[in-house]
Ligand binder design. Structure first.
Ligand SMILES: Cc1ncc(COP(=O)(O)O)c(C=O)c1O
Length: 397
């Protein structure tokens, strides 16, 4: 009978499941009933609550990290003739955002021991003749591990460039310099379906100064000087507005903001639950000689668990190991395919090769992301550990 069949393609421990409850459903239904679906009061409240949560002077809601990155770069002067420095070890949108604005991207390899951009490599670029075009450094806090922001900020001040933090993974990563996203000139968060808090699609830009906040506010909605909420609900309501620049359409609607507000309230609880799973994984994997536990940093949000294979103790490749985990019902992912593997970037920058970025390439060849989400049961984390152990034993040299 069809209903009794087990779908063998379905992972028995999924890579990710968002933690959603009746609270999110109710908040969403209330917005539908209110009749105001687009950006309005819910979004404004979300911005206030997010800014307060991470002590940021300004927080601006957007419909994705990607659009937030483009807006932040635009507001901070990234344009044709300028360049940004970022890491090849990221999701493509970090670098593509600069290309949307006509700017170049210079890549700095990651550190030997972590997945973070290397401050020494950043400085090498800034010291070189092409360094004069650089307008911003874009560190990416992979898996929630905060990059060496003390050094990056020192370098940025020395060479007079901006710092735009890609915080897609790093909410809520807190360091002695403050929360990730409040250290540089701008921080860009993601509320995508698999992130630490989610409303399906969405994001937040945090900035320090009023002028940058004002530019992003206008550019996220067609370059208008007044948004719809202001035009239709303020005491001086009027249909009139001006267009001050050719803007984008990147605002976050109230339906999604209402969901994000509930998720934000639960962010600390989610974080505590992820930390328990990470501790259990670390204890188990540190006893296995064919894997290395992930690096940590001060203020790690524990967004992803990237397991590193010790390939010298294994007679299989990363792909074979990953396939074996999948066969055992464990959902996996890869963070990240370095950007020099993609045809667009290879064609654009012929020097952008795995040989020139050995640390990024090495980490890619050794890494597999395994399930890490708040509502995983003890049984699920134990099944993941067992699958890793059995796979390691199968392929051990
Ligand atoms: C490091 C990083 N930056 C940016 C993004 C883009 O986020 P969004 O999907 O919200 O645009 C992602 C999404 O996966 C990411 O992992």
């Amino acid at each position: 009978m069809a209903e009794n069949k087990v779908d063998s393609s379905e992972a028995s421990v999924p890579f990710f499941r968002a933690s959603l409850s009746e609270e999110e459903e109710k908040a969403c239904a209330e917005v539908l009933k209110s009749g105001w679906l687009t950006t309005g009061n819910q979004t404004h409240l979300l911005e206030e609550e997010f800014a307060k949560k991470i002590n940021s002077p300004f927080a601006l809601a957007v419909n994705s990290n990607t659009s937030g990155m483009i807006l932040a770069m635009e507001a901070l002067g990234i344009r044709q003739g300028k360049a940004v420095i970022t890491t090849p070890y990221t999701f493509v949108s970090t670098a593509a955002s600069a290309r949307h604005l006509g700017a170049d991207v210079y890549f700095a390899d990651i550190e030997k021991e972590t997945y973070s951009i290397s401050p020494d490599k950043i400085e090498e670029i800034l010291k070189s003749p092409s360094g004069k075009n650089v307008a911003a450094i874009v560190p990416v806090h992979i898996a929630g591990n905060v990059c060496n922001m003390r050094r990056i900020m020192e370098i940025a001040r020395k060479y007079n460039v901006k710092v735009i933090e890609d915080c897609a993974h790093s909410f809520p990563s807190r360091t002695e310099l403050g929360f990730a996203g409040t250290i540089g000139d701008a921080g860009i968060f993601s509320f995508y379906a698999t992130k630490t808090i989610t409303c399906g699609e969405g994001g937040m830009v945090t900035v320090k100064d009023r002028q940058t906040a004002a530019r992003i506010t206008q550019m996220r909605l067609h370059g208008m000087n007044r948004d719809a909420w202001d035009r239709y609900t303020s005491p001086k309501a009027s249909w009139e507005y001006d267009i001050v620049a050719p803007g984008f359409k990147s605002n976050l609607p109230d339906i999604l903001s209402a969901i994000a507000r509930i998720q934000l309230k639960k962010a600390d609880l989610f974080y505590e639950k992820r930390k328990v799973h990470v501790k259990k994984y670390n204890e188990a994997f540190s006893k296995m000689d064919f894997v290395k536990i992930p690096p940590t940093s001060q203020g790690d949000s524990c967004h992803l668990y990237i397991l590193r294979l010790n390939l010298s103790n294994l007679k299989c490749s990363r792909n074979e190991f990953a396939e074996e985990l999948q066969k055992r019902g464990i959902g996996i992912s890869m963070h990240f395919i370095p950007l020099f593997h993609f045809s667009y970037w290879k064609k654009l920058y012929p020097e952008f090769t795995s040989e020139n970025f050995p640390e990024a390439e090495k980490k890619f060849q050794e890494s597999i992301s395994i399930p890490l989400w708040p509502d995983m049961t003890e049984e699920m984390t134990s099944r993941v550990i067992q699958a890793v152990e059995e796979t390691g034993e199968k392929y051990h040299v």
